[in-house]
Design a protein around this ligand. Sequence first.
Ligand code: GLN
Ligand code: ZN
Length: 764
Amino acid sequence: MAISCNLGFPRMGLNRELKKALERFWSDGSEENLLETAAGLRRHHWQIQKEAGITHVPSNDFSLYDHVLDTAMMVGAVPAPFRNSDARLRLADYFAMARGRTATADRVACSALEMTKWFDTNYHYLVPELDASSQFHLATRKPVDEFVEAAAAGIHTRPVLVGPVSFLLLSKDKSGANNPLRLLPRLLPVYDELLGQLKAAGADWVQMDEPCLVLDLNAELRSQCELAYATIAKSCPQLKVMVTTYFGHPGDNLSTLLNLPVAAVHVDLVRAPETLDAILGKMPPNLCLSLGLVDGRNVWKADLEPAIQMAEKAADAIGPDRLLIAPSCSLLHVPADINAEDTLDTELKSWLSFARQKLDEVALLTRAINHGRIAIAAELAANQATMTSRSASDRVTNATVRHRVATITPAMLKRAGGFQRRRISQREHLHLPLLPTTTIGSFPQSPEVRKARAEFMSGRSSDEQYNRFIRSQISDVIKLQEEIGLDVLVHGEFERTDMVEFFGSMLAGFAVTKNGWVQSYGSRCVKPPIIFGDVHRPAPMTVALTGYAQSLTHKPLKGMLTGPLTILNWSFVRNDQPRSETCRQIALAIRDEVVDIEVAGIRIIQIDEPTLREGLPLRRQDRAAYLRWAVDCFRLSAGGVKDATQIHTHMCYCEFGDIMDAITELDADVISIETARSAMELLGEFTRRKYPNEIGPGVYDIHSPRIPSVAEMLGLISKVLEVLDPAQVWINPDCGLKTRRWEEVVPALRNMVQAAEIARSQRA
Ligand code: GLN
Ligand code: ZN
């Protein structure tokens, strides 16, 4: 009999209970409330999974903040201030590692661990810090405790662990060793001890997540991985270990994966369905195979027919007793329950499946394999009807949009003139000083702004009242920027909840959810819009407010748009056409908006693309193709304006090294980047490669509440001017000011403007 499994469940709770309990704990220290809420969520989620018919229900997939941080804590890989302390680490210490803290009488200071994206998802994990002296020991028993807790609630679970290979590969080795797995011999005894304890507690299966097996690994790393699992198999032979891969095809790691001495391996057949044959052809006897058939990364209802066909093929090849049926990856990346959406129409809802519904799909597929299709005949027929309704719907296909995409010409991907020509004509119109100052777009979203939006959303205030409020905010921020002396002003983005959701709510082909939250990091959740159909722009989106802002000042105002790639990367995308196709449609919609803003008299337009880097495929061989269409989409969105109109773009939190050529090819007139936080380290790539256009390296780290002094920013500016031509340089913060408070922003910007003035006078 095939076994139905889940690999992980969303942690937040249907109403983001975890977020609320966390934030309360951080503000008033109510630990009991947090722990009770967390335990309640775990119990509830185990129950939901069991009731849905899942046999292998995961435990230890839950985390108060992040599962990689939990693993670091568990193996004792904690930052120096916490090492060697005999005292048990308290909850507050755990969050200090996640969020940083300043020292008090009884607490050591700690800077937050670095945070980075979990593969190509929008989930961020905390990067454990290791070095040559790192020693490991079993410091917490979280997986055992949660297994026991579930058992007490009557649910036998399959504990989930971050596997030792991925743990080390995802960590940062501060001593800069070139073999990231050299610490394996020290780490493995901790896993041995843990597995022994899990066995003693009654576990029979353990899920070891090794998503790094879908990355480019060399032969040396592969052989160390084999060795690691040989050690694990030897020390704990009675426990069945399942090694899970996801987010891609194991590719040249496939033989390694299939020959690990473990009980089962999991593969993501949603991302890489074509690999099933290769896998079945190589399956060693006795190894069980977990088929990831239900998309854990997207919100579409599974097409059961092709999924059953794959499962049947596998059952024919290796027998149903060696099969496990599962989502492609943890359901962490999808919202909790489609039934909680009461604003989406029934047709659209019938196409969607969130975590709760995906469990049903896994259970159905398992029944089909174990009892034949006949056992799910009614559900299968209904599913096929839904698939047909979706593909045939005229909400999905728009002939005009398709025609426009099909007739994109190479000329549309290019500005009329080259950069030098554009620069001359922009200078004629803009009259900017040397080292012009500007901001990245958003100003603080104060409690007042959030309250006004909440009232508007809930219908307690009218369109007109809200609009009046937003306009008054804009007018205030324009006056403020003039008074501070900034050269290029912005309208402040007060009307935007989120830079992607805002556009998603206005573009056709998009739906926004009310409760479709997905964890981004810690307590932070995002609500990605859903792209279900061909995208177009029914009406201008930002022109009125941008025009209003420009009407209040004689200084140039910079219009603010989110770029096509970022809209794509931060949405749930349709799965019935390539991402590149969807992106072209979005690019055309943004292009229309850019042109309309220009027509409204705005001379500078910023198209934000903070996610160019994060859309990069996991495998090196796929990257060039992505960068080609990604760059083209940006150029398509920007290419409709006259030479005199200045196009800016903005990018943050990324290493630019491997995408430098693509960044240059975007051919934005000005790019602003995040550099203050790394003390200009990230600027290196731009100078080494002689970035040809204008550039604004951030001189104000907006991630910290600290107000940088004039001297400090002047210091950064001089660093910049040592390596760049002053005629090329803009002065701006690292990123938008949305999350900061006015008390910080106003003095910081005043200092920034003053620093720019001093730098200018030193040049004169
Ligand atoms: N214009 C956006 C803002 O200022 C840019 C945000 C971002 O880069 N993530 O908030
Ligand atoms: Zn940014």
